[in-house]
Design a binder for this molecule. Structure first.
Ligand code: ADP
Ligand code: NI
Length: 221
């Protein structure tokens, strides 16, 4: 039996994540987390899920992204487990949330290293993927590219559609390539009905953005 109510735990988790992500890169900050949380609530309306698990996993999914911890993908789950334990959250719930955090990442799906599946994971994964698409997805990609000092576009460097997980994680390619290597692939990887529906519009927006981008690049006014 947990001492606090689910609502109190969710509020505490929001406070914790907000503080933890105070200095995070702009595309992986508290507002990214909040958007993913809201997407997850929306998607959950048409799915049969444990909402408490979805809420906690959405809030904690980027608490320590391995990209910002020298590739170490154990930090986030460790912080999340300790935090939830300190709030006396049921251990089965904690383990489910941790499994979601460990398996949500796009790069895990590249080598098919995902070993865990649950309806709650599908919801949070779709919520996170949606935030990588559309106008927000474009802003996040260029923000990350700037953070890593990547070129915006280089026509001489072709996108690599056949990268291993290690190659994907080590890539220093221009940000436009990331559209072909990840962002435009997301629409067909959505898990849920609502996720698929919302992805359509965001995908179309990215396609029209790229069309305009190339036309400006080529000096077609
Ligand atoms: P995940 O965190 O799900 O494994 P990624 O590592 O691909 O997914 O990155 C999450 C977000 O970070 C992307 O949606 C994008 O906004 C940004 N990002 C990651 N890698 C790149 C990149 N090479 N170029 C531009 N943006 C990137
Ligand atoms: Ni995320």
């Amino acid at each position: 039996m947990s001492i606090k109510t689910d609502t109190a735990i969710v509020l505490k988790t929001q406070e914790f994540v907000k503080l933890k992500l105070a200095n995070a890169e702009g595309g992986h900050d508290w507002f990214h987390t909040l958007r993913v949380y809201n997407n997850a609530l929306r998607i959950s309306k048409t799915e049969q899920v444990n909402l408490f698990v979805v809420e906690l996993a959405a809030l904690l999914h980027d608490i320590a992204d391995s990209k910002f911890y020298n590739g170490d993908d154990t930090v986030g789950s460790k912080i999340a487990r300790e935090f939830l334990f300190s709030l006396n959250v049921d251990s089965l719930i904690i383990e489910h949330v941790i499994k979601i955090i460990e398996n949500i990442s796009f790069n895990k799906s590249i080598d098919n290293t995902t070993l865990f599946v649950s309806e709650e994971l599908k919801v949070v994964q779709d919520a996170d993927r949606l935030d990588a698409m559309g106008a927000i997805g474009i802003a996040r990609a260029f923000n990350y590219g700037g953070y890593k000092n990547r070129a915006i576009h280089n026509p001489d460097i072709r996108p690599n559609l056949d990268m291993s997980r290690a190659e994907y994680k080590a890539s220093t390619a221009p940000t436009i390539n990331h559209f072909y290597e990840k962002l435009l692939l997301l629409k067909n990887q959505m898990n849920t009905r609502t996720g698929k529906l919302l992805a359509e519009g965001r995908h179309a927006f990215m396609e029209s953005y790229l069309k305009q981008f190339y036309s400006e690049w080529q000096g077609k006014y």
